[in-house]
Design a protein around this ligand. Structure first.
Ligand code: UN1
Length: 532
């Protein structure tokens, strides 16, 4: 049994002091190295986990390939019914799973529960989608011909997730991949193995209850070796990877090498712009949540605050005041706003980051140091720095906010777009004309005169270019809300070094399928042949 009483609830979600970390062909096993799961709040061991070996991997993939043949033949709405049951099973354990996310990842409890809710919502979304994987009929240019487009499953989808969203990101991918007719092979982060096990047990329970092969959902606790195996495996048609741009690029190269498909959700370096007409209170609240929430370990965390010179000091003063009130502590304790960083290494990276920031002319306005304790706690930090400093172009995965000044909107947008990453962005303003420039469309209020000028010619129309995004170059372009907290209904992802992938809602499902275009003609008048 667990030596610590506070870990006892884990039994209710199938986690023990020693765990086998692979779900292979419907059975739990693991012959790889034994690792420990560590509580980031005190660096004590929660439990032990045996990871996957390459033999475990091979055995699992053989079974998964067989399961793929049968799963893709089950009608999509019936696959949706399985995902519906998974959603219900998760609902029944929402509190315990949320607590585990908070315990093992280190995010505060409401965020832990919120994250499990997100995968439940993804299940609901996917159930509806399972009846809407519609193809289309395209008008043929030839008489008596028909052209159809149909969506088919890929086969097997590999999902490699990161420590910061160990549940939700699995949900974005797996719920959709499953209803689209694919088997899923999941590798969770090496430092969140208990979440990988607990989630898999719930999904496995549903498959078992429905007499379906467990290999439909295959999962591994493991590190780079298993990640590598997934990237190299020709049996895996799509690899969805969440992590750093550096590793993501390597995954993409490996997968491309074998003509596989890749879906990348990589580093962000997200900015909030505050205009001179902004609702300052709203902006300050949003920046606090975006920069300090999840201890700055979301890919959508606000890392750069771009302030109009006329509101610079006001925003900064208010922000410094609220930063001082942030309650730091045990993420499971009520009222805590800032939990620990996920690992000791993240804390070291934070310390190293502070040195680099100072050496590049950054002025630390608050924070800037670690908190001496058993856990990985650091002070939330605000740094005044030039947008051109090299360190500003990188993603330091910690609650560190860079502030900088601008005079014109054009300048602010240029700063927003001046980093290699392109995930999320937000502007605070009350003016519709600014909003439309920000989202990359010409000023909506000028549309009439623009059309007039385009039709009848004018000097001023030359400034507009309809093809190039004129505003934020990110995948997520927000107005008067934080950079983080994206809803599942939209397509989630970013451009440039963020990788270009789109997950969760909208038409992201198309990436988990492939299409065939059918063309044919009627042989006799009246008889229609459609390429069967
Ligand atoms: C991530 O950090 O990998 O927008 C994703 C948000 C979340 C997703 C973050 N829904 O904050």
């Amino acid at each position: 049994s667990f030596s610590k009483k506070e870990y006892e609830f884990l039994k209710e979600i199938g986690v023990g002091p020693n765990n086998l970390g692979c779900y292979v062909n419907g059975a739990w096993k693991a012959s790889g190295p034994v690792v420990t799961s560590i509580n980031p709040a005190n660096n004590q061991v929660i439990a032990e986990v045996s990871e996957a070996s390459t033999q475990d991997y091979e055995e699992a993939m053989k079974a998964c390939s067989e399961a793929a043949n049968m799963w893709m033949q089950i009608p999509a709405p019936k696959r949706g019914e399985i995902v519906r049951q998974i959603g219900d099973a998760l609902r029944a354990k929402l509190q315990q799973l949320g607590r585990l996310v908070s315990l093992e990842m280190g995010k505060i409890l409401p965020e832990g529960i919120g994250e499990v809710q997100e995968i439940i919502d993804m299940c609901d979304f996917a159930v509806g989608l399972s009846r809407q994987l519609n193809g289309s009929i395209i008008p043929s240019e030839r008489p008596n011909h028909v052209m159809l487009e149909m969506w088919n499953p890929l086969g097997i989808v590999g999902v490699i997730t990161a420590f910061n969203f160990p549940c939700a990101v699995l949900g974005w991918n797996a719920c959709i991949a499953l209803v689209c007719g694919n088997c899923v092979v999941w590798k969770g982060a090496p430092t969140t193995p208990l979440i990988t096990i607990a989630m898999t047990k719930i999904i496995a329970g549903v498959l078992e209850k429905n007499n379906l092969p467990g290999a439909i959902f295959t999962s591994f606790c493991g590190g780079a070796e298993i990640g590598h195996a997934i990237a190299n495996d020709t049996r895996i048609h799509l690899v969805s990877f969440t992590g750093s741009s550096r590793v993501g690029l390597r995954v993409q190269q490996t997968v491309n090498e074998r003509f596989g498909k890749c879906l990348l959700e990589l580093s962000g370096n997200n900015a909030i712009i505050v205009m001179d007409d902004a609702d300052i209170q709203l902006a300050v609240r949003s920046v606090l949540f975006a920069a300090v929430g999840t201890a700055g370990q979301r890919c959508t965390t606000c890392r750069r605050l771009i302030l109009h010179e006329s509101v610079y000091q006001t925003v900064l003063d208010q922000l410094l005041k609220v930063y001082k009130q942030v309650k730091i502590g045990d993420p499971l304790e009520k009222g805590t706003l800032l939990g620990p960083l996920h690992t000791r290494t993240s804390r070291e990276k934070f310390e190293k980051g502070m040195e680099i920031i100072k050496s590049q002319g950054g002025k630390i306005l608050t924070g800037g140091s670690v908190i001496e304790s058993e856990g990985n706690f650091v002070h939330p930090t605000i740094v005044e720095i030039s947008p051109n400093a090299a360190v500003v172009k990188e993603e330091l995965f910690a609650p560190v906010l860079y502030v900088m000044k601008f005079q014109t909107l054009k300048e602010a947008i240029e700063i927003n777009n001046s980093v290699p990453q392109g995930l999320s962005s937000s502007i605070f303003t009350r003016k519709p004309e600014i909003l439309f420039k920000w989202i990359g469309q010409p000023n909506a209020l000028d549309l009439c005169s623009l059309f007039h000028n385009c039709l009848f010619g004018s000097e001023s129309s030359q400034g507009f270019n309809w093809c190039r995004p004129l505003g934020s170059d990110c995948g997520i372009v927000n107005v008067n809300i934080p950079t983080n907290g994206a809803e599942i209904g939209g397509a989630f992802g970013g451009e440039k070094a963020t990788g270009g992938g789109r997950e969760a809602g909208s038409d992201s499902w198309k990436q988990y399928m492939r299409r065939s275009t059918w063309s044919g003609r009627g042989l006799d008048l009246g008889g229609l042949w459609i390429g069967l």
